[in-house]
Structures are given as structure tokens and as C-alpha cells.
Design a protein around this ligand. Structure first.
Ligand code: AMP
Ligand code: MN
Ligand code: MN
Length: 344
């Protein structure tokens, strides 16, 4: 068994809570000794969710396994370039049985999506691989490494340490996963190990310039038109330490934007001098508001705020879906954020 530094640190953190991660060797054994697999990740998938799903799907295919890769939203337009992207589909209407289901990068079972969960029939083994500290450790084999900046980084460690398939297409997906979840290797979750892994991933043959251009310089124009509207609605609270903007459903419809267009726009708020907490409120169908939060200071723990609204995530990046009207939810969540930054 290979123990990485991140794994050792995570194991140490876990042992204090009397929780032990399944080892990579144990997970690899399950991958090698079963035949049919389903790979899942969270609703509103990001680059880490889809990159991790596709990388795992490709690796299992190379092992000669029967594999399905589902996501509640299918493959997003903006990630359609990822090699192996055609593996991803929306879940079918009738339930299917699998030997093994892998839940990747998904903080709670519920976030796998109602349609995905309804389409999962009988399962022998559930595997949960993630890096969200709020993950309640659902599943039979659980590996949560909250030090890892991306689930893609954990998958790289798993594939490499256990001699599982790792080719250029898999590497490209892992790079997309790690690059997007670290804000292009800028967020404080980026460790020396992350750069070592990035170097190994590049050695698999990927072209970092081309890939980054597809990830970060190929936005549809409607995304920037959405940004213009959002900046017009920007507000500051708590002496300028909390910045937020909100998107009413009617405005999203007028602009013709689709949900994937707004990922990352919150970074414009976080990037403002003096802002500690950034919040994006998005009105959803069905009387709920999607809350997205970012923090620049661990003392303002946005995961704790989101957990208090039944969401979760990481200290510096978290989210929740809160029932209620847009303005009302915005007011309540903003008040909690203002409270969190008051003494900073
Ligand atoms: P987002 O703001 O959607 O990019 O999410 C930021 C982080 O919070 C991600 O790591 C998500 O997985 C996590 N997160 C977002 N929404 C929720 C939720 N409703 N429940 C638990 N975790 C969430
Ligand atoms: Mn994710
Ligand atoms: Mn992630």
C-alpha cells in the first residue's frame, strides 16, 4: 500500500474523529474484482465533478469493465471538449443494477440528484471518494481527503499508486478537474503535491496551453452579458467586507443564459479589495434559491454558514439551496455573512 502525504495527513485528521478512510489498495481491489460500474457526481457539475467522472469512466473502460457515467445534467456544453465526454449521459428512466457505484466529489448523497438516485437499482458496493470536509461519509468504502484541493487529485493518487490505467485522455480530465477546483493553481488549497501531480499529468502528454484556452478563454458571449447585469446589481454590506449579487429567474430567461454560464462569476466579487465574503444568489424554479459563497479568510468559514442553511462545502467555498423568495433568502444569508466578518 502506498501512503501519500495528503493521505497520511487526512488519516491523522480523521483518526481524531475515529473515522478511517478506506485505503487506495482496498478501493483498487473493488475496481479490479467487479464487472459493472456506475460513476456519479453532483448536480450542477463543475470541472472537478465532470473531469473526475470521465477520468474514472475511462480508467474502468481500460480495465475492460462495463461502465456507465451519469450526471443529473448530462455533459455540460462547456466541457464537451473533454476526451471521453461522450461517456456521460443523463440517467435513464428505468432503474439499472450495478456491482459498484462510485460517488465522486459529492458532499451529500442527495447532491447526486433525484433522477440519478431513482435510476440506481441494486448495488453491491457504494464507493464515496471526495474532498469535502462536510461529507457525512455515506457508502461502504469511503475515502475523504479534505486536504486534497480536488477530487481529481485523489483520483490521480489512486490510479498512480495502484497501477490502474492512466493515459493522456485520463490525464486531460484530471488536469481539468484539478485546474478548475484550484482556480488555476491559485487558491490556498493548492499544495506542493498539487504541482507535483500537475507535472506528472503534463508528462502524460497533455498540452496545457490548448487545454487552458478551452477551459478559460472560450466563454459564450451571453455569459459576459450576464456579468454586465450582475455587476449592475452588485451590493456591499458589513463595511464592504461582504459583496453580493443576485440573479432573478426572469432575468436569466430574458438573457437566455443556461445554468452553466454563471459558474465562476462570483470570482469577480471575491477579487475586490476589502471583500472577505462573496455571495451569489440565483433564483431557481420551485421557490428555492441557490446560494454560492466564497471567503478569503478561514476565520470567515462559509461552510459553517452554508451548513446552517442545510448546505455544505469547504471553509473558503460553499453552497446551499435555500427555500424562500430571492430577496428574503439574500437578506438572511447576507446577515449571517456580515455577522461572520464583524470582528475581522
Ligand atoms: P458552488 O458555489 O456551487 O461552486 O459550490 C461551492 C462548494 O460548495 C462546492 O465544493 C460544492 O460541492 C459545495 N456545495 C455547493 N452547494 C452545496 C449544497 N447544497 N450542499 C452541500 N455542498 C454544497
Ligand atoms: Mn465539485
Ligand atoms: Mn471538488
Amino acid at each position: 500500500m502506498t501512503t501519500t502525504i495528503a493521505e497520511a495527513v487526512a488519516d491523522k485528521a480523521d483518526s481524531t474523529a475515529n473515522l478511517t478512510n478506506s485505503t487506495f489498495a482496498e478501493i483498487a481491489e473493488v475496481l479490479r474484482h467487479h464487472e459493472s460500474f456506475l460513476v456519479l457526481s453532483h448536480v450542477r457539475p463543475d470541472g472537478d465533478a465532470l473531469g473526475s467522472e470521465i477520468a474514472m469512466g475511462l480508467a474502468l473502460q481500460k480495465l475492460g469493465k462495463k461502465v456507465k457515467v451519469w450526471n443529473e445534467e448530462g455533459l455540460l456544453e462547456k466541457f464537451a471538449f473533454l476526451p471521453g465526454g461522450e461517456l456521460v449521459s443523463v440517467p435513464p428512466n428505468e432503474p439499472e443494477d450495478f456491482d459498484v457505484v462510485l460517488a465522486l466529489d459529492t458532499a451529500t448523497r442527495q447532491r447526486l440528484g433525484d433522477n440519478c438516485l431513482a435510476a440506481v437499482g441494486k448495488v453491491k458496493v457504494w464507493v464515496n471518494i471526495d474532498h469535502h470536509p462536510s461529507n457525512p461519509r455515506y457508502g461502504d468504502l469511503v475515502h475523504i481527503d479534505s486536504i486534497a484541493p480536488a477530487t481529481g487529485q485523489i483520483l490521480f493518487e489512486l490510479l498512480q499508486s495502484q497501477d490502474l490505467p492512466l493515459d493522456e485522455a485520463i490525464a486531460e480530465n484530471l488536469f481539468a478537474a484539478i485546474s478548475t477546483d484550484t482556480g488555476s493553481f491559485q487558491y490556498p488549497n493548492t499544495t506542493a503535491r498539487t504541482f507535483e501531480i500537475a507535472a506528472d499529468v503534463l508528462r502524460c502528454g497533455i498540452k496545457v496551453g490548448e487545454l487552458s484556452q478551452k477551459l478559460y478563454e472560450s466563454y459564450p458571449r451571453r455569459r459576459i452579458e450576464l456579468l454586465r447585469v450582475l455587476l449592475d446589481r452588485m451590493r456591499f454590506d458589513g463595511d464592504g467586507k461582504v459583496a453580493s449579487f443576485s440573479l432573478p429567474l426572469a432575468t436569466a430567461k430574458e438573457l437566455g443564459v443556461i445554468p452553466e454560464d454563471n459558474e465562476g462569476l462570483i470570482d469577480h466579487l471575491r477579487a475586490i479589495q476589502g471583500v472577505i465574503v462573496a455571495i451569489f444568489f440565483e433564483e431557481l424554479e420551485g421557490g428555492k434559491v441557490r446560494v454560492s459563497m466564497r471567503s478569503k479568510d478561514e476565520r470567515a468559514d462559509v461552510c459553517a454558514i452554508c451548513v446552517s442553511f442545510k448546505g455544505g462545502g469547504h471553509k473558503l467555498a460553499a453552497g446551499a439551496r435555500v427555500p424562500g423568495a430571492l430577496d428574503d433568502v439574500a437578506q438572511r444569508v447576507t446577515a449571517a455573512a456580515v455577522e461572520a466578518v464583524r470582528s475581522l
